[in-house]
Design a protein around this ligand. Sequence first.
Ligand code: PHE
Length: 346
Amino acid sequence: MSDIQSIRTQALERLEHLSTLEDAQTWEADYLGPKGAVKLFQRSLGSLSAEERPAAGRAANDLSRELTEAFAPILERLQAESLTAGMASDSIDVTLPGRTPTVGAAHPINAMIDELIEIFAHMGFQSVFGPEVETGRYNFDLLNIPADHPARDVWDTMIVQAPNAEIIMRTHTSPMQARTMERMEPPVRVIVPGKAYRFEAQDASHEWQFTQLEGLMVDKDVRLSDLKGVLQEMARQLFGPERKVRFRCDFFPFVEPGVDFSVDCAVCDGKGCRVCKYTGWLEMGGAGMVHPNVLRGVGYDPKVYSGFAFGLGIERIIMMKYGVNDIRAFQANDLRFLERFAAAGA
Ligand code: PHE
């Protein structure tokens, strides 16, 4: 009799603390199962005396019923709980805040190239693209820079294939002048956006890879004033209607006369500030009237045709327009820099 009391106390005590379905199954096996404590007790009844047996048998049956009844609602609750737990981990919580998708944007250099293509398209210039690995013939010879000319030293060249430095990385986009003219008859009106390479010591304003925009116009009666008008219009569209363009004498073997051209600083309105290094002007590139030797080299008659050419640094334009002070930022792949332009819609 004391046995059945202790089975009951222990079973009810453990029943109260069941917290998982697995616990419940163990409990059921321990007390109500075929090898459970109640069954074992019933099997041991045979060893009792005839007087004790009926009462003990009844007590065992009562306990079996009591435990079965007490266990049923607890089992039901634990089964329900385990079902909803599974559903919660499988389902989507529609109340969570959404994840913003990452949207890509054009690199600032490509965005500026697109802007320039658009500006020049309105002035009748088509865009052409050329090889970045060039021959000395197009990079130098056809641009009036002979093999022994000291001007070849101006462009510190990356050589792809020696000897004679014949296969090189183009040091400017100007080789496309000759390539374009060889392929077509005047009138020629093209721009050439693209990469150029120079063997440079890198600093805040020099990179060994950079991007240029070449321009070339050849026709009858093309004059320096046409060059001025085209560059003036470009500056107006890029930086606003008040901008002025300045030309100063400069030397490039493939133009005569040659100039460098600057735009007055949009940050200080030409008064002088840190961006323009207190000069009031920002230098954009070189330009000039196409040298007669260049025209002759591609079979154009310099007595019939004349033209202008210019070359500008695309990174420099972006640096001026957006106040970027280190050219290395363009290749550094720092998202904080690139996202500035994505946000500006550039
Ligand atoms: N190719 C020259 C440079 O890279 C720029 C230039 C282009 C000058 C066309 C004159 C005419 O420095």
